[in-house]
Design a protein around this ligand. Sequence first.
Ligand code: NDP
Length: 263
Amino acid sequence: MNLELKGKVAVITGGSVGIGLAVAKALAEEGVHLALCARNGQRLEQEARAIEKDYGVEVLSQVCDVSSAQDIETFLSAIEARYGGADILINNAGTGSNEKIIDAPDEKWQFFWDLHVMAAVRLSRGIMPMMQKRGGGVILNNSSICAKQPLGYEPIYNTTKAALSMFSKCLANEAIPMNIRVNTINPGLILTPDWLNTATELTKNDNRTAHDYLDAIAKENTPIGRFATPEELAHFFVFLCSPKASYCVGSTYYVDGGWLKVV
Ligand code: NDP
């Protein structure tokens, strides 16, 4: 299938590792130029230059904390200066939480609201006019299965991801007359380095390996019985970015190995 993505420009938040990096590479393989951001500039820069070398596309790498309105303004200006706009926006940066509602402070709620919701609001608002000038575009919001099926230890994550999904639905309705397609992806268990680090930490004093630990989580939760690789998920992102997905608008797609327990 020709995905007709060659020469497009994609903005990916959190593009330096894990899912964001896998999506960046998968789009680069289709000939898409990239604008990536993250907070750790060294890791970002290293990955950006490697993508340029491996795939022959242009990569703008910008240190940007997407929970900061000021950093987003600077990132938007850099995108406009480098590419004159963008065709694809992937709101991906995010992280899990761990708390009880009874004692989690306002500041923690605010942090995750800014990271998971306001970052997507601000970037979409900034990039949509640029997309309009180019005749349209695609916005993908990387939410989580937890937006629908909460995990007990992370109520703030569950709540802010659910808000991101609703934002995405509302934006889809507003954006489609501008030929901008907006969709949400809800991944399940995706084996990123972060999962591996956590598993290594949690198993350092017992006789299980990190892989045993992760295997047990996957078998307990998912009918498929395993984690996905970031690359498996990235293929789905790439398809939704393509004009071949032209009738996909305002939907939420689960990529979860069957983990979601409802229809
Ligand atoms: P990783 O921790 O592997 O990567 C997160 C990326 O986001 C990094 O590039 C990180 O770089 C960047 N990032 C984090 N915070 C910020 C910030 N404030 N500003 C800018 N960049 C930031 O995460 P995953 O790849 O696992 O997750 C990516 C997204 O997918 C998240 O939104 C997550 O909620 C979602 N998801 C993940 C699942 C999984 O199983 N892995 C399942 C369901 C959803 P840096 O630290 O340098 O800023």
